[in-house]
Design a protein around this ligand. Structure first.
Ligand code: XMP
Length: 516
């Protein structure tokens, strides 16, 4: 049975994904939809309620996005948030005007009338505002429910229909009772059954895969050992058993022990037909003499496709290719509703393998966020080390060796990286950090070892530890100084060829997480 859905209409708000996320956290299937989604499409999705997101436009601007007018005839409950409230009011005959004061940040909400939407929300209560325009008059049938000092219509509700609007943002953590409000909308208004559990998510994904694939065709899955491709492989294995063949391209740019972990997990534990292609030398020779980050990425992407193609060709009867594309990948690569994202770096595996390979794509994680994927992975019995490992870029250590990549520098970086990870895991920091890694610089610096000057054959190792929830922004980790000191001492004592260890204290933006 298909789950009940809450459709979040994306008017271009930076928070639209977050709203869908909050809905899922409340055990209801929340999906993002285009602003002009049709009632038919909503019916197909088993929609039980609609949330209109915020957005940067002004409702009366020429190309301001609106929803279809016939959505108001569906009888579905609707909650407008910020711009979503303004759209709803403007389309139903109310008035939206420029606010006297722009309101950004914390404000205090006073509730004047009890309403099921605000059940259990105290008055006054802090709310997070971010708007210029606001509703100045509502049409007949709507009544004011709550206000802030600058916004008299901060919460409105219709007296005869399940239509609600809030000017503030209940989805952000700065609105402490925002989750309660969303829960009220889902359960008091939309009468959701709360059945969106991980077991249900997995059942639905498996059903979709079964509907998509022919019973006798084989499926290929590219496996990098990261969370997304691992969960994808485990899901496909449930449906296709030994019709699934996984290909892992060992590009020689992985961390210590990664390929062994993949082999152990998928061959020994899941008994999946896994083909590891040892292509390290091929990649290394293609990268000889290359120092430009973009060129490195292009070469690695190209070689990966060539190697993958050759291996895939050798698999008879393969019709499908499974990829671990996640929801944020769909959005970030510009296929979402919110428009194109500027290209900062060329992510070779986000665009996926080219169409000319001739396979039909299966993307079972397309609607999920990272932590949901992890929950699915846990449910399927994937090991902790795979599910909770830090993200690792497709081009691997190549973008962490600044300047030319050689076998010796790769080996050096691997040894440093292993020590760093050892220490961080031992001290319990690993799960608290989004990404921890080492970058090797092409500059030499003077050091002193014994009574000798050290300079030739010496490297500078940069420690890069960041915290981030979505990897779009990040901050450096305020790591314990004792631990930093211990890592530095171990690296310089145990790895010949490093005479300086430095700590990167740049946030993203303006830096990026990786150095290249
Ligand atoms: P940046 O360096 O752009 O990284 O701040 C953001 C996140 O993306 C990872 N990253 C990649 N992931 N293929 C990937 O799958 C790539 O080519 C790639 N480049 C960067 C990076 O490690 C961080 O998590």
């Amino acid at each position: 049975m298909k789950p009940q859905t809450i459709a979040v209409l994306d008017f271009g708000s930076q928070y639209a994904q977050l709203i869908a996320r909050r809905v899922r956290d409340l055990r209801v299937h929340g999906v993002l939809c285009a602003p002009d989604v049709s009632p038919d499409e909503l019916r197909r999705l088993h929609t039980v309620g609609i949330i209109l997101s915020g957005g940067p436009a002004s409702v009366y601007a020429e190309d301001a996005p609106r929803c279809r007018a016939d959505l108001f005839q569906t009888g579905l409950p609707m909650l407008g948030i910020c711009y979503g409230l303004q759209v709803m009011c403007a389309m139903l005959g109310g008035n939206v005007g420029a606010g006297r004061l722009h309101e950004y940040g914390r404000s205090e909400l006073t509730i004047d009338k009890p309403n099921p939407l605000l059940e259990g929300v105290p008055s006054p209560t802090p709310v997070w505002m971010s708007h210029g325009d606001m509703v100045s008059a509502v049409s007949e049938g709507f009544e004011p429910i709550a206000r802030t000092k600058t916004c008299p219509l901060a919460v409105v509700a219709h007296t005869g229909k399940p239509l609600f609007g809030v000017q503030f943002h209940p989805e952000v953590t700065h609105t402490p009772h925002g989750t309660r409000l969303l829960r009220n909308f889902l359960y008091n208004v939309c009468r959701c059954d709360g059945g969106w559990t991980v077991g249900r998510v997995v059942d639905n994904i498996l059903e979709d895969i079964r509907n998509q694939v022919d019973n006798d065709a084989r499926i290929i899955c590219g496996l990098s050992g990261g969370v997304d491709s691992s969960v994808t492989a485990a899901l496909l294995h449930r449906v296709a058993g030994d019709r699934l063949v996984c290909i892992c391209v060992d590009n020689g740019l992985m961390r210590q022990g990664e390929i062994e972990l993949v082999r152990k997990t998928f061959t020994d534990h899941f008994r999946i037909d896994l083909r590891v292609v040892d292509a390290g030398e091929r990649f290394l020779s293609a990268l000889t003499g290359v120092t430009n980050p973009r060129t490195k990425r292009q070469i690695i992407g190209r070689e990966f496709i060539e190697v993958f193609k050759a291996e895939a060709k050798a698999i008879d009867g393969a019709k499908y290719l499974a990829q671990g594309t996640l929801y944020p990948d769909v959005i970030e690569s510009g296929h979402g509703h919110a428009g194109e994202a500027a290209e900062i770096k060329l992510h070779h595996n986000v665009g996926g393998l080219p169409k000319e390979l001739g396979f039909e794509l299966i993307e079972p994680l397309r609607d999920l966020f990272k932590d949901e994927v992890r929950r699915v992975g846990e449910h399927l019995g994937l090991p902790y080390e795979i599910l909770w490992r830090h993200p690792f870029p497709g081009p691997g250590l190549a973008v962490r060796i600044i300047g030319e990549i050689t076998a010796a520098r790769l080996e050096l970086l691997r040894r440093i990286d292993t020590i760093v990870l050892d220490e961080i895991v031992a001290e319990g920091w690993y799960p608290k950090i989004a990404q921890a890694f080492v970058v090797l610089l092409p500059v030499r610096t003077v050091g002193v070892m014994g009574d000798e000057q050290s300079y030739e054959d010496q490297h500078v190792a940069v420690l890069r530890f960041v915290e981030s929830s979505d990897f779009m922004t990040a901050d450096w980790v305020h790591l314990d100084h004792e631990l930093l000191g211990r890592i530095s001492t171990r690296v310089m004592n145990e790895v010949a060829g490093v005479n300086r260890v430095v700590y990167d204290i740049s946030s993203k933006p303006p830096s990026t997480i990786e150095w290249e």
